[in-house]
Design a protein around this ligand. Sequence first.
Ligand code: GLY
Length: 401
Amino acid sequence: MRKSEESGADVAVVGGGVAGLSAARELARRGLSVILLENAEPGAEASCAAAGMLAPQAEADGRDEFFELLCASREMYPTFAEQLLEESGVSIELDRTGTLYLALTEEDVEEIERRFAWQSRAKLAVERLSAEEARRLEPRVSTRVRAALRFPRDWQVESRRLVAALAASASVCGARLLMQTAASGVRVVAGRAVGVETPRGFLSAGAVVLAAGARTSHVPLLVSEREGVEARAELSLHPRIEPVRGQMLCLRQPTSSEPFVSHVVYSPRGYLVPRRDGRLLAGSTSESAGFDASVTAGGVHRIASNALEIAPEVAALRLADSWAGLRPRAADGLPVLGESPEVKNLFYATGHYRNGILLAPATGEIIADLLTGGTTKLLPRALEAFSPSRFRRALVGSHGN
Ligand code: GLY
């Protein structure tokens, strides 16, 4: 795209994390012309920072639309992984060993008892383990463990491989990916999104998908009431998305490349995620720090303490790397999926907060369904809960009181 060149596409996707990439790939698979704009590299913000857990059950305290969405996306993963491998040649290392959730205090025991009770009543796959059974399964788990739950269907993927696979697949399916290309605004004419302004020129598009993660509400809408009237930048029409920093430690065993544990291992305060190459990820923090993605002494201390509580032998591991990502969180903590109530042909795929990797396949499917047909086969009734309109309804409701 040369400066000021009007280069059209059916859809412009803003943001090259897993949400934007998955939407771009699925739209291109359905035959639409798609251009994706990413201001840095694929997955540079939250996606590559994520631990890659596909674990709707481990932390869930009840069944609601959100839980249904998370589970539906998890069920898509085996086929999604196969398709991505076929299209891109990249394995996302879908690991189905399962997740172990430990109770290490009396309160933790009460928490897992409640979780076991509702999930077993709901006939979900969950196993209650004694301390001995948990340690037989994962011998490195602390001797302080009192009981545990095993979730055989809560899996994990290598999130950076997922980003690479999605980027390659989206290209193979025909999407054009423009890296190092920021969207300086979405142009809106007569209430409709008509394209994206970039430093390299205007890109016209029949629809725009905003998937810019924590930065979504900072992409201005350049609104003109009529052609020829100077545009005014609007941010207030967006659902508000806030960054929530999550720091992560990457540990390695000094002498072995065998996995330290084979399950993803959680406690209510932290988690350990083994990678096939012997790395062990330890997470995480949840902090309001604006757009500061630093790793801090306090963050390292907290994560290391929680990791040591899970498995004291973590103390001997080498600190190989550390990083932080900015999770995109909407006011109610739920994803924002669907068309703007204010601007036609403007779609949001954001607010995935702690579940961006898990929700990647469902996000691509839902956005492609809504954009091409106005409805989706995947949980059509539940989708209301994630609609961008819910923020407007809340506003109208509060004014009515
Ligand atoms: N999905 C785990 C986290 O956000 O820390």
